[in-house]
Design a protein around this ligand. Structure first.
Ligand SMILES: [Zn+2]
Length: 150
C-alpha cells in the first residue's frame, strides 16, 4: 500500500496518546508530575495521581518504547458500537505491558498475527502502531499497539 509506512499516514485515532518522530518511530505520551515524578497515562494536564502528592502540574513526556508483558488476553468477539471493528471480525490479543522505568502498565492491542498463544508473561514487547479504521476523509486512523520485541 503506497505511503503506509509514511509517518504522515499515522494519524492517531485518539489525539495526544502517541507521537511519531521524523523516522516514523512511535512513542506514547504520558503526563509526569513536576513535583514527585509520578507518570500518568493517558496523558492529562493536571491532577497528580499520587495521593501523597499535592502537585497539580503534569508535563508531557515520551514513554519507554519497550516493556515486559504483565498480563494478556484474547478478544474473540467484536467490541460493541460505537467502537470500530473489522468486518469480518478477527480475534486479536491485548497485552498489559509494564514499563519498568516509569512504573506504568500500558494496555494495548497486539499486532495482527500474534495471538495469546504466542505471548508469555515477562516477554519483552516493543511499541508500534496499527491501523484501526479509515475516517470519513479517507485518512487511516491508528492506535498504539504492542509487538514482540526483536
Ligand atoms: Zn505528584
Amino acid at each position: 500500500m503506497p505511503g503506509s509506512t509514511d509517518a504522515q499516514a499515522q494519524l492517531p485515532a485518539i489525539e495526544g496518546w502517541f507521537a511519531t518522530d521524523d523516522a516514523g518511530v512511535p512513542h506514547l505520551i504520558a503526563g509526569k508530575c513536576t513535583q514527585c515524578g509520578t507518570y500518568v497515562f493517558p496523558p492529562r494536564d493536571n491532577g497528580c495521581p499520587n495521593p501523597a502528592c499535592d502537585g497539580d502540574a503534569l508535563e508531557q513526556v515520551p514513554l519507554s518504547r519497550r516493556g515486559k508483558v504483565w498480563s494478556y488476553t484474547e478478544n474473540r468477539y467484536p467490541p460493541p458500537a460505537p467502537y470500530p471493528a473489522a468486518d469480518p471480525f478477527e480475534p486479536f490479543a491485548i497485552a498489559a505491558v509494564e514499563l519498568a522505568d516509569e512504573g506504568l502498565i500500558i494496555l494495548g492491542k497486539v499486532v495482527d498475527g500474534t495471538l495469546a498463544a504466542d505471548l508469555k508473561v515477562g516477554m519483552e514487547m516493543e511499541l508500534t502502531t496499527m491501523p484501526l479504521y479509515t475516517d470519513e476523509d479517507g485518512f487511516v486512523r491508528s492506535v498504539h499497539a504492542w509487538r514482540i520485541a526483536e
